[in-house]
Design a protein around this ligand. Sequence first.
Ligand SMILES: Cc1ncc(COP(=O)(O)O)c(C=O)c1O
Length: 351
Amino acid sequence: MKIIKTRKSRLKEVDLENLGFGEIFSDHMLSMEYKEAKWGVSEIIPYGPIEINPAICSLHYAQIIFEGLKAFRGKNGSIYLFRPQKYHERMDQSSKRLCIPEVGLDVFMEGLKELITLDKEWVPRKRGYSLYIRPFIFATDDFLGVKVSDTYRFLIITGPVGAYYKEGINPVRLITPGEYVRASKGGLGAAKTPANYAATLLPAEEAQKKGFTQVLWLDGVERKYVEEVGTMNLFFLIGDELVTPPLEGTILPGVTRDSVIHLAKDWGIKISERRLSIDEAFTASRKGSLKEVFGSGTAAVISPVGEIHHEGKKIIVNSNKIGPLAQKLYDEITGIQYGEKPDKFGWRYTI
Ligand SMILES: Cc1ncc(COP(=O)(O)O)c(C=O)c1O
């Protein structure tokens, strides 16, 4: 791997004790190009602008995929990745759906290791903080016809990020999207690709104007079954059954979702991957059996849902407070991520 180091680090200009999300980028990035039917050699170069032609097809037709994972610093100074192989697996699945050539696991892992080792001082020391890692691949053919590109670029950029919720874990307020749908079976819903996020901008903005945190997506056909939130999968604790929508091609197969399912099974909780209608959730709330609702995702780990609004009606979950199961999952997952709890499932990868 070729490494070109920056001549002037920007680290001194950054306050690693006081960070938001996605605003600051580390000194270096990984870059690799695909042409003549193969990936070239990856290189690490200083983070900065890249030159593209105005006609590159991904700008016009969105043949792009991305990922989002994190590196954590333990108390002993070690740096850990959380389930990087699982994120790579999803990157491959997204690539297949978007006709993008896959990047091998060894190249991905080697690239992450080199890049994070070089920028290790960018991994914050404060508990709750981490280094966000954004791998992405975009098509680079300079051509305006709609077709699969022959050339691509793979980049990994990273940046230090703060705790998702500055004032601790506050329950979020969700609203169903009315006439809008995010994805339908056979579409792009299960791929981590920009088009899915573009589709959610307007509904999310309208929801935020009304005071909601995010949209709670329902299925695209009957607009009846719960799917996921903007950047999180969803779990409902009804009685003693933990329910999460199944992976039927319309929602993102979350790595945190998978981790919650593993932990819940290990703790003897009855976990069901099944369809759950919004009416079932409202009925359970009326009957008093809806105990907790929470989202799962890389950014916030576990995020309690305090309120759900649907067609002019609302439910309040667990008196708008985080529930015991959500708290236990948050503590367990972050404990594993920061190297404080035993890693029973082999999820931690030491850099
Ligand atoms: C649409 C969507 N759903 C769910 C998730 C949660 O997935 P993960 O736990 O892998 O971060 C994300 C975030 O990546 C997302 O963007």
